[in-house]
Every structure is written in C-alpha cells, then in structure tokens.
Design a protein around this ligand. Structure first.
Ligand SMILES: [Fe+2]
Length: 412
C-alpha cells in the first residue's frame, strides 16, 4: 500500500478500504457480532472502528464542513483513546447488536464519500497525507485482527465453520536439523529513519550492542513442538518461568491454542486440518516459546538480534545487496510473513522515543509496560505492511494471534 508509489493516495485509500470489506464477504451478519473473549473484537466493531479512526482523526480534524454520521459512534467505536472521550468497555463489544451490520456498512460509505472528496480537493497537503497513510496502516492492522478474531470466534462454535481455505501458516519443505548461523556481534543501528511510513515505536534509529550469538536459520516447526509436548514439558516446572508455570496450570494448557487433544489436527480458517509437521508452530504464548527454548538449551533472540538478521533480506527472504547478513555464514529464513516471532525483549521505548502529537500519541507509547515485542508479521499481515523495523507487542500469555518463534544461542 504505502510502498507503491504508482498509486495515488485516493487509490491507496480505496484499495485498503475495499479489501477490508472483501475479507468479510463469506461472513453472515450473525458472525460479525460475536465476541468470544475480551481480546477478540467482533468483525462489525472492527469495520466501524477503523472508519471512526478516519472520521475522528482526519475528517473532524481537517474538514470544517464535515458533519458527523452519528454522535453516539464516538462512544461506541473509540478503542482506547482516553483523551478523545469516554468509550464503551472492550470486553462488552459483543453486546452491541445495534447498530446493525447494514448500519455500519452505510457508515463506511458515508465516511468514504467524505474522504474521497477531501482527498480530491486537498490530497497534496502533507498533514492530510500523513494522517491518511497512518489511517490506512491502522486499517491494515485491523484487517489482521479481524481474521485472527473471527478464527477464534469460529473455533468456539461446535459447528465447524470456515472462512477462507487459503489462510494458514505456510509450510516449508522438510526442514532438517535445526541449525544456527553466527549473528553480528558489535554495535548496530536499530529502528528506522528511512523517511517511508513507520509507526512511532520504530523510531528513533539508535545504536544497540549485540553480543556474540547465533540465530536460528528458521522457525521452530509443529513436529519439533510436538516432541516437546510428548517429552512431558508441560509437567516439568524446571522449564518454565514462574508466571508461565502459573498460567499453564491455571488454564490447563498442554498444547498450542488450536491443536486437538490427540495432537493430530488443528483448527484453521479453512476448518479442522491435519497438522503439517513442517509448518512453523503457531498460536503459542511467550511462556511456551521460552520453555521450548530452555528445553533445547537455547533462548529466544532479542528483538535487536532479530532485526539485524532480518534487515539483510527482503520480505520474500532474498538477500539484499545492502543487507548486513553475512553471505559466508549462510542465509536465515522465514523472517517475514509466517508467524509473529516472540523475542526475549520487553516492549519498551527506544532511547529518545517521542510519541505522536496529541491524541494519536496514545497509539503505541502507552502500552510500553508488561508486554513483549514480536517481530516479522504473520501469514495474515498485509505483505506490504511488513518491514524489518516493524514492532508489535503482546502480553506474554497471548496466543490468539499467529505467534511462533525461532531460537538463538550465546557465543559463536
Ligand atoms: Fe485501532
């Protein structure tokens, strides 16, 4: 989206907005209302919230003639922007049978018409362009959430429902023994100042020290994770962080979120399927990733080790000429677009971090406490939205996203 200079901003807007509706084309209105747990938002709420984002931060801010579609939507569809006013509580989004899906689709059209008119008149203004690009990247983030959330909703329904058979974690060919390549010891530049779109939490570019380490050439697979389970790992307290041990016992976790009890199949957006042994394990928490690493005598990479290793490749895994990956030591794979990768790094501000001005400063910065950084994007992240510096973050017990991991080791 933001990487395609051939598209006008108005065309980028139309492309992203239409994709969101297209993702819902196989859903029935009843599907779009359900909230299966507090982390999950109903599809209908996602459709409205991303529209509210453009209404609130673009139209209301920059278009004096804009008339709000419905005064109550500020309360219903504000997610977490306290400086923008009060909001409906997150765990009760599934109680909103009204406005209906048809009302929300009409709301989207109303805002789209106003946005197109504004872009036609003033699309060249930098302030408008910056806010629209942020709104489109925000909508792409919600496209991903929409898919992971409806996956959880369908999983909770004993009547097997499918959405799109094409959306599952990509598998490699038989990957062979887990191997490592030497990482880049020394002081490295982390983050971005490239001038292209990025979220505020990717800045400023700054120096970080990497110690001697090796990083895994691929993600940990389902077969390897099954071996971990069958070795009794979920009953061995020595492998677990204290919080992790408490969580797996309190919640009776003994396998990844969507795996069947016999460890033979998993729920996907294409329905129940046999587990592909070569695919990366997915839907595991930070605690499970950390315990697996300890079981093998390894650890998770830091987000800085990950970024330096990944920055030498494009999103298809091809080595970049300018990349710093050492060609003599080999090529690490699966950095982008398979599963979000847990790192050992707490989600924290970079030195000199300055949040966006005003209400939008609440977008990322206020979450920099008690969460872990994940990197790389998943199979349901927009491909043109993925970059080496992109940081997302989840609580260590989160599992409903496509979350997996690779290993790292100290020394060479
Ligand atoms: Fe949002």
């Amino acid at each position: 989206m933001n990487n395609d200079p051939s598209l006008s901003l108005a065309d980028q807007y139309s492309t992203v907005r239409s994709l969101t509706l297209n993702l819902c084309c196989t859903l029935e209105p009843e599907d779009t209302v359900v909230q299966s747990m507090p982390d999950v938002s109903p599809t209908k709420w996602h459709l409205a919230h991303v529209t509210w984002f453009f209404e609130k931060f673009v139209l209301k801010a920059l278009d004096r003639g804009y008339k709000r579609y419905n005064d109550e939507y500020d309360y219903l569809f504000n997610s977490y922007y306290h400086s923008a006013g009060k909001m409906h509580v997150r765990p009760k989004r599934g109680l909103l049978s009204r406005p209906t899906l048809a009302d929300i689709v009409a709301y989207r059209s109303y805002v789209d018409d106003a946005m197109r008119a504004l872009l036609e008149q003033r699309g060249g203004e930098p302030e408008l362009a910056n806010l629209v690009v942020l709104g489109l990247n925000h909508e792409q983030q919600h496209q991903e959430l929409l898919l992971t959330d409806i996956k959880h909703v369908f999983w909770c329904n004993p009547v097997v429902t499918t959405m799109n058979a094409g959306l599952s974690t990509p598998a490699s060919d038989a990957p062979g023994e887990y191997s490592y390549v030497g990482g880049h010891e020394g002081i490295h530049e982390i983050g971005t100042d490239s001038g292209g779109f990025c979220f505020d939490n990717e800045t400023p570019r700054h120096k970080a020290l990497l110690h001697k380490h090796r990083i895994g050439t691929r993600l940990v697979t389902n077969a390897e994770y099954r071996e971990f389970i069958q070795d009794g790992a979920y009953s061995d307290s020595n492998l677990w962080l204290s919080d992790g041990w408490a969580v797996i016992n309190e919640r009776s976790w003994d396998r990844p979120l969507y795996w069947s009890e016999d460890l033979g199949s998993e729920f996907t957006l294409g329905g129940q399927r046999e587990i592909n042994e070569h695919a990366p394990v997915s839907h595991v928490s930070f605690y499970e990733a950390d315990a697996f690493a300890r079981w093998t005598g390894a650890r998770l990479p830091t987000e800085f080790e990950w970024e330096i290793a990944a920055a030498g490749q494009d999103v298809k895994g091809n080595l970049l000429e300018s990349g710093c990956w050492h060609p003599a030591t080999g090529n690490s794979q699966q950095f982008f677009g398979d599963v979000w990768e847990w790192t050992s790094s707490a989600y924290a501000p970079y030195p000199g971090f300055v949040p966006l001005d005003g209400t939008l400063g609440e977008y990322n910065g206020k979450f920099m406490c008690n969460q872990m950084t994940v990197r790389g994007g998943s199979c349901v992240t927009s491909a043109d939205h993925i970059r080496a510096s992109y940081r997302s973050f989840f609580y260590p017990d989160a599992r409903w996203q496509f979350l997996g991991f690779r290993l790292a080791r100290d020394g060479h």
